[in-house]
Design a protein around this ligand. Sequence first.
Ligand code: PRP
Ligand code: URA
Length: 217
Amino acid sequence: MPRVETRRFPNLTVLSHPLIQHKLTILRDKRTSTRDFKQLVNEIAMLMAYEVTKDLPLEPVDIETPLEKTTGSQVAGKKLTLVPILRAGLGMVEGISQLIPSARVGHIGLYRDHSTLQPVDYYFKIPSGEADRAFFLLDPMLATGGSAVAAVSALSRAGAQKIRFLCLVSAPEGVKAMLDAHPKVPIYTASLDRELNAKGYILPGLGDAGDRLFGTR
Ligand code: PRP
Ligand code: URA
């Protein structure tokens, strides 16, 4: 697939690990079943989480092995918090939770109005201690950016200060919308695709992520 220029987006990191790219290609294929789609979204999310957490700060911790006392390292600060944007973001939770079992999970309910493409919000619940938590906002698709921008705004209003956005496929329009609205929120994506079509779908994309994940079409 031709590469889209990423240098104009300082907020964007494209995770080009071969396993991520291999799995993403199967995910895009229209012949991929709902069962495989769900499994692949989880696997890609897990691989992305491994990359996205590589700069988390550590703190020393005293432990005792069966032989003697020693000092190990643990991830510093409050528990990481995963926040899927409903529905499709739910598909990324299980894979990341396998890597970070102690992560808390919040939820943001948003859907995109099909005619206006504007996000409509219907649910918001996150754990307390917002200011100290590291939030990973999850949604497979960043298209116009309306949903991601609204979700970050809602988290910020609730007091969140450390937010990272993880998506599988992004469009330049959505990355730009995030850069304009929330320039300090890093975006991690498996692919920056070419463009949006007239209906706001990402090209080449993978279609409607929620429908393919839950088999609702
Ligand atoms: C999809 C996707 C994102 C949003 C992206 O959700 O999961 O949340 O669209 O589009 P945007 O960047 O233009 O806002 P959708 O609204 O279809 O809801 P669903 O997950 O419930 O199917
Ligand atoms: N939402 C999706 O699920 N797919 C797209 O291509 C755009 C928005």
